[in-house]
Write a protein that binds this ligand. Structure first.
Ligand code: ATP
Length: 418
């Protein structure tokens, strides 16, 4: 494995980003400080993957360094926190700068005690060896890889290795991070790492709802989140996430289908969550919502997905008209309906797909004013005619504007509109 990334950085970074890191490195050197690319970006550059957002670690004071960057007109500062981190924008890329630090945990999942440190110590606090790699951006050794945890060897072996035995106890979000990374990269958990991960799965209980949800949000961004969920299930770790969660190959296939066909006005993350909701009882769905402290839209998706199980059974038995089918179901979250469209038996699935894709958007071409011109009395009757007209459209009784007009005139003549 290469130990030097100069040509890769030169090839992969845009010209403005390359100029920024080189000049920022020069500035750090002038100030007697050291500056490094670190974490996922180094891993991905070494693997020849597209470079994600840029993380830099500084041995020095971030506040004053960002001030110096500003004076030199390098990057546009977006934010700067009291915790010695700053965010900048360089030609559309986000660049994070953090002070090199150590983190020590007084007990599992405690907030770590943070202290300034060297780059090498900062690398040792990280989650996995392949994420504990850095590359210098100082002019004297630009591109030199710093590898104090044998991350290069693990990249070659294609394995995700935790840095020490208590890693998952210190921070159980690493359980999800490990499997997500393993599946994304097509790696394997190193043998002892896997043992520790399985042994310490119950430490997920120590993670707050917000942090757990944040990890899941990152999972939903993956190309194939079902790979991670399948792997967690194989490792018997899924119940530690939430005891009622059920998983099988059919659900994994529904995840894959969700990604391919979900209408663009729906949230794919909410559809994924709703798919999990399809398989659990309403009381369990409430527990999951509380555990993850879900926001409103996702709460509705999970809650409705669980409720729809019984509702759909009942509807299918009654064989309602297309209009009744839509009217009864459109109060439910579209993401929950879509999740059922991906999992229900064929005939129901087809009807649900049409409902979510088209029918819930269907409105009569005639407006309220048109109806009044045709003779509908102003007031509540207008709304009622519009509702009836929509039902007629859904049942296929009118397809064109003219057919809508004829229908309304007929209703007015026979008094059947309301
Ligand atoms: P991704 O490609 O998913 O963004 P990343 O490796 O860049 O992966 P981030 O979550 O952005 O992941 O974190 C940046 C770096 O911070 C990681 O590479 C890792 O070194 C470190 N890190 C992140 N989370 C943890 C954690 N829970 N424990 C220890 N180190 C962590």
């Amino acid at each position: 494995m290469v130990r030097e990334l100069t040509s890769v950085i030169e090839a992969r970074f845009s010209a403005p980003l390359l100029r920024f890191v080189r000049e920022a490195g020069g500035l750090a050197a002038q100030r007697g400080e050291r500056l490094y690319l670190v974490g996922g970006i180094v891993r991905d550059l070494l693997m020849g993957l597209p470079a994600p957002d840029v993380d830099l670690v500084l041995e020095g004071d971030v506040g004053s360094f960002v001030g110096a960057l500003r004076e030199a007109r390098l990057g546009a500062p977006l934010s700067h926190s009291q915790f010695e981190t700053a965010k900048l924008e360089v030609e559309g890329k986000t660049v994070d700068i953090a002070r090199a630090r150590t983190e020590t945990y007084s007990h599992p999942s405690a907030l770590p005690q943070v202290a300034p440190s060297t780059l090498e110590a900062d690398l040792l606090r990280r989650d996995f060896s392949i994420n504990a790699l850095a590359a210098s951006v100082l002019s004297e050794d630009f591109g030199r890889v710093v590898d104090v945890c044998d991350g290069l060897e693990d990249l070659e072996k294609k394995q995700v290795r935790a840095l020490h035995e208590k890693s998952f106890q210190d921070d159980a979000t690493r359980i999800l991070r490990a499997v997500r990374l393993e599946q994304r990269l097509g790696f394997l958990l190193e043998e002892r790492t896997q043992e520790w991960l399985v042994r310490d799965a119950s430490y997920l209980d120590t993670i707050s709802g917000d942090r757990l949800r944040h990890e899941l949000e990152r999972l939903w961004q993956e190309q194939a989140p079902e790979l991670t969920l399948s792997r967690l299930d194989d490792l018997h770790v899924l119940p530690a996430l939430y005891p009622a969660l059920a998983w099988d190959r059919a659900l994994a296939a529904s995840f894959a289908r969700a990604r391919l066909g979900t209408p663009s006005d729906l949230s794919l993350s909410a559809v994924y969550l709703a798919l999990l909701g399809c398989r659990i009882l309403q009381s369990q769905a409430e527990g999951l919502i509380a555990r993850l402290n879900l926001p409103q839209g996702e709460t509705r998706a999970v809650r409705d997905a669980a409720r729809l199980d019984a509702v759909l059974r009942d509807i299918v038995e009654r064989q309602p008209s297309p209009a009744a089918f839509v009217e009864e179901l459109e109060e439910f979250s579209p993401e929950a309906l879509w999740a059922w469209a991906l999992t229900a038996p064929a005939e129901t699935a087809v009807r649900l797909r049409r409902l979510v894709r088209d029918l819930r958007h269907l409105r009569p071409a005639l407006r309220g004013t048109d109806l009044m011109e045709l003779g509908v009395p102003p007031g509540p009757a207008v709304g009622e005619y519009l509702r009836r007209l929509r039902a007629a459209l859904l049942d296929g009784q009118a397809r064109t504007l003219e057919e809508e007009r004829q229908l309304v005139l007929r209703w007015l003549a026979t008094g059947k509109g309301v």
